[in-house]
Design a protein around this ligand. Structure first.
Ligand code: 13P
Length: 252
């Protein structure tokens, strides 16, 4: 079984150096369980100071970016490449978060190119997938997630998938709404994703790819979620912004 992975996605919060470092400093002092990998995904502007602080504190906490551009360099005003992120100390990058798919019209093809760029730069890509409420109400959630997984992972070999890919299932209706998917419903989707990964890469690789759940993860529901056999970690938004709630999640 893979080690569990817990990622705090700060989104567009804690972007001032002082507040980012204050939270980082507090996180560094927490005891970590060796069987649980922990990462934080601060905004771009504070990645470097946060990376330095983690390094100086000899912390095991990993650094993740929230987004990346697919190209290595060029005339892409306002964009950040995978090499730049690796250079400041990121070892993980989220790709295809629903907020980017919806608010910035990112396509599966673009997300796939980002994922390949992240892996080529020596980092791990966290491919985020998940259906809208409408799609679920129409009974299309499996088909939607299957499409996102297959298109997002196009061109990824089994060896690369094993070392470089994490999946995060975040049903859009559960993000920031306080409505967590019932652990059993999340488990059903995770089992489906695992089955698709097994078809694509074989059981041994599918077993090694972590499938995280995201969407209103809180101290009150972390244990129940993590008890599900195919939930290998969580992607936490709001509850990762406060030390006490994130502590309760990583030390559940
Ligand atoms: P919340 O935990 O705030 O619902 O956000 C989930 C999310 O989008 C993490 O990437």
């Amino acid at each position: 079984m893979p080690t569990d992975l817990i990622i705090g996605n700060w989104k567009m919060h804690k972007g001032l150096v002082t507040e980012a470092l204050a939270l980082t400093e507090a996180l560094i002092s927490l005891p970590l369980f060796p069987e649980r990998e922990v990462a934080i995904a601060p905004p771009f502007t504070v990645l470097f100071p946060v990376a330095e602080r983690l390094r100086h504190g000899k912390s095991q906490i990993k650094l993740s970016a929230q987004n990346v551009h697919s190209e290595a360099q060029g005339a892409y005003t306002g964009e950040i490449s995978a090499t730049m992120l690796a250079h400041v100390g990121c070892s993980l990058v989220l790709v295809g978060h629903s907020e980017r798919r919806i608010l910035f019209s990112e396509s599966d093809e673009f997300i796939n190119r980002k994922l390949l760029a992240v892996i080529a730069a020596g980092m791990r890509a966290v491919l985020c997938v998940g259906e809208t409420l409408q799609e679920r109400e129409r009974g299309q959630e499996l088909q939607v997630v299957r499409g996102q997984i297959e298109k997002g992972l196009a061109g990824v070999s089994p060896i690369v998938a094993r070392a470089g890919v994490v999946i995060a299932y975040e049903p859009i209706w559960a993000i920031g709404t306080g409505k967590t998917a019932f652990p059993r419903a999340a488990q059903e989707m995770h089992a489906f994703i695992k089955e698709r990964l097994t078809v694509m890469y074989g059981l041994s690789v599918a077993n090694a790819i972590r499938i995280l759940y995201g969407g209103s993860v809180k101290p009150e529901n972390i244990r129940e979620l993590m008890e599900m056999p195919d939930i290998n970690g969580v992607l936490v938004g709001g509850a990762s912004l406060e030390l006490e709630s994130f502590r309760k999640i990583i030390c559940y």
